[in-house]
Design a binder for this molecule. Structure first.
Ligand code: SF4
Length: 245
């Protein structure tokens, strides 16, 4: 007599004397051992599979951009020249997230142009990729006046679009550039100096925080620390074992 009807379960249950409860107990024990082993190897989290509702409602970058329209959801719309939505490959393995557009970005409608953009290109090359192989975007899509820090209500209004972009692309890794990007993605208040040099996660995607290129231009001695962070990133985009501290 068959013990239960689920596909494949019957044969396995028979391996345990036809007892579903013994079979499930053994499965739970094996899973516990597997997770303990992975924790010993330094794994702190497991990638989350998309839920069935996410699979039914695919979002694309074009749909997200269309939803943004001529956005006036926060005060930053009043001084902008262009919305800076994002730039790069919609199937990128790596997404770089900054804080918000600066003067040049606002004029051109593209993220990370100018001196900070050139430095970012070198960071991208250091992980063996080209700019057109990654995707670059910001937490805010409009420039804060005078390049001031983003305000919490502006991040609340604009942040959901970044979340949607990341869920549409689902890269292997995210490089969070500077405190605001890292704090937003990790729901943390810790400074970038405490968040960097570790692999975190956003929605099942690995996140490596590091210093913002504009900060590096003012503090070139910190480039050594960014190089350390890029070594972590390399292990992720090349598919090697995740390195955690
Ligand atoms: S910063 Fe974001 S939320 Fe605010 S107006 Fe621009 S696109 Fe809209």
């Amino acid at each position: 007599m068959r013990s239960f009807d689920t596909d494949g379960g019957t044969d396995h249950a028979n391996d345990f004397g036809g007892s579903p409860s013994r079979y499930l107990t053994e499965m739970a024990r094996s899973l516990r051992h597997y997770l303990s082993y992975q924790a010993l190897m330094g794994l702190e989290w497991l990638p989350r599979q998309p839920t069935s509702s996410e699979e039914r409602l695919p979002e694309t970058l074009d749909l997200i951009r269309a939803d943004l329209e001529d956005c006036k959801r926060c005060r930053l719309h009043s001084n902008r020249t262009h919305i800076v939505f994002g730039d790069g490959s919609p199937s990128a393995r790596l997404v770089l997230v900054g804080e918000g557009p600066g003067h040049e970005e606002d004029l051109q409608g593209r993220p990370f142009v100018g001196a900070a953009g050139k430095l970012l290109d070198r960071i991208i090359a250091a992980v063996g990729l080209r700019r057109d192989e990654v995707y670059i975007c910001n937490v805010l899509k409009c420039r804060p006046p005078g390049n001031r820090n983003p305000q919490p209500d502006e991040i609340d209004r604009c942040g959901p679009f970044l979340r949607s972009q990341l869920r549409a692309i689902r890269p292997q890794a995210i490089l969070a550039l500077g405190s605001f990007a890292a704090q937003f993605l990790l729901s943390s208040q810790q400074p970038i100096s405490r968040l960097r040099n570790r692999v975190h996660q956003f929605d099942g995607i690995a996140v490596v925080p590091t210093y913002h290129p504009a900060y590096l231009l003012r503090n070139p001695l910190q480039k050594r620390r960014v190089w350390e962070d890029l070594q972590l990133l390399l292990s992720l985009v090349r598919g090697k074992e995740v390195a955690t501290r």
